[in-house]
Design a protein around this ligand. Sequence first.
Ligand code: MLT
Length: 247
Amino acid sequence: MAKRERDIIFVHGFPLDSSMWEEQVKFFKKKYRTFAPDLPGFGKNFLQTPDSIKGFANYLKSFIDENKIKDAILCGFSMGGYITFAFYEMFPQSVSGLIFSDTRASSDDKEVKRNRDIAIHNLEKEGVSFFVENMPKKLLWEDSLLNLNLLKKVKGIIAIQKIDAIRNALIAMRDRKDRSYILKSIVVPTLFVCGEYDTLSPPEEMKSLSKMVVGSKFQTISRSGHLAPMENPKEFNQKIEEFLANI
Ligand code: MLT
């Protein structure tokens, strides 16, 4: 099958790496040029992790330039969504479509900022194992937690991340600015997708973001919490494919 002249970049969340997109890369590479970079300091990327979301967006721009990617469609999951909002703010001309998965446009409120500081403290005290033990129950819906293969995979991805990368990403997320104002300026086709049981970026909140982007679509992913791309990859891929086929 001939590949469409379309480049998709999947931007991973925290504290994960590009392997969270395994099922998406397998599926979309049959049709499109598909990229899933490890962000600096995560996975197999040994660059210094930026301590700002803008720093991550600048990395993404250099990745796009190096790979001669034109008119990218960015698909950002959670922290990857924060980066995608910043990227669109900084380089709108480099983007031809946007997919936001389980993410938010606003900044952290006081309580979440405090929780980031507590997380940094726990990271320094207990190391990455603190995140291996505590993140899965935030990322996964209760039924997904019973899927031992999935649980093992998610824990395995978190376990190999580096302390410095986790710390800097926590700082970057804690200090990020509210980018809700960007929603009204988005002029490229945009899709919002959210796991139906996501408690970190709930569907109602994502739906309200979608209402602010002219012509955008909102879709929920059934039987998923926050980590919808891994919890229900089949439905996630199908919703994205429908969106791509119509733009
Ligand atoms: C993520 O999944 O990337 C993180 O949960 C986002 C966050 O902590 O705000």
